[in-house]
Design a protein around this ligand. Structure first.
Ligand code: G3P
Ligand code: CA
Length: 307
């Protein structure tokens, strides 16, 4: 796995633009991804969900109200519905109740209030294919970045009769990404999804670990030694301590031959016990993490360079 990582992208830690440069532009938009690429990110991260007509689009949630302008669209007012979520019932608009064409009429918006809101009328939801187009355009200009692909809670979509394994693997295959040398990780919180992918492909897989205290609540409390994937996606609270130090998580994972990617560094929200994202990044790099998800890739690129 260490060699896999180095072959994939050179010396760790790789910098993964979390939903793109999502601190500056609406997350998961082609603009947020291009800015991340320009800032020197090694990977861009699309969280993928399904549309009603089975298209993979980039959105963090199955619901749309936090990241799109759907609440302003009268024509969709009666398309809200209540769904059960592990944190209780939620009434919202759900991506698999809308066709791609309908979703393309929405604006992608900045979810975090304190971040720039000026672009909330400029960008649309991006499809996985459009994100791949962007990666290929940049690779053609000599700027090769990888795709760190998260299937977002696929069991929700299989309930609606939509599978995510084949659309993701078929797209990677049809677009010839591996042959083109585009580094790829596939990540998910659901072990069953990753097991299905592992049965059909030898891509490098990352088992995301739910941050405390939700792991037990969601029944996703996994022991490191029981995780079959080459990589783990760890919540930073598993690695950083409120005293500004680190736990033995990375050491234990490396002893098991696993790579560790950690989420999420945010310049506007440093971890508890850390004065700044720069401090946090230094401690994470020192702890030997193999990849860092951040909303602000430029800061991580600078800290890594100076390290
Ligand atoms: O995928 C790694 C990290 O992004 C997981 O958390 O909620 O930001 O997708 P989330
Ligand atoms: Ca993610």
């Amino acid at each position: 796995t260490e060699t896999a990582l180095k072959t994939l992208t050179g010396e760790p830690p790789v910098i993964i633009a979390h939903r793109g440069a999502s601190g500056l532009y609406p997350e998961h938009t082609l603009k947020a991804y291009q800015v991340a690429i320009d800032q020197g990110a090694d990977f861009i991260e699309p969280d993928l969900v399904m549309t009603k007509d089975g298209v993979l689009v980039a959105n963090h949630d199955g619901y749309l109200s936090d990241t799109t302008s759907i609440a302003d669209h009268e024509e969709f007012a009666d398309r809200k519905s209540v769904r059960k979520t592990p944190l209780g019932d939620k009434e919202d608009w759900w991506s698999d109740d809308f066709t791609l064409a309908e979703l393309k009429t929405l604006n992608a918006i900045q979810r975090v209030e304190g971040r720039p809101q000026d672009y909330n009328d400029q960008f649309r939801i991006a499809t996985f294919d459009e994100i791949i187009d962007l990666v290929e355009e940049n690779a053609a200009q000599g700027r090769k970045v990888g795709l760190h692909i998260e299937a977002k809670w696929p069991s929700n979509f299989s309930a609606a009769g939509l599978d995510m394994v084949d659309p993701i693997l078929n797209t990677i295959e049809e677009r010839g990404l591996v042959e083109a040398g585009i580094p790829i990780f596939i990540q998910c919180f659901e072990p069953d999804f990753l097991a299905k992918v592992a049965a059909k492909s030898d891509l490098t897989l990352v088992q995301n670990l739910v941050g405390p205290p939700y792991a037990a609540l969601l029944g996703l409390d996994m022991k490191l030694e029981d995780i079959p994937t080459a990589g783990v996606g760890a919540h930073k609270a598993m690695i950083l301590t409120p005293e500004g130090g680190t736990t033995d998580f990375v050491e234990r994972a490396h002893a098991l031959g696993k790579i560790v990617h950690v989420y999420t560094v945010r310049d506007d929200e440093p971890a508890e016990g850390f004065a700044s994202a720069e401090e946090e990044l230094k401690v994470l790099i020192e702890a030997g993490v193999d990849g860092i998800w951040t909303d602000y890739p430029e800061t991580a690129v600078i800290v890594r360079k100076d390290y």
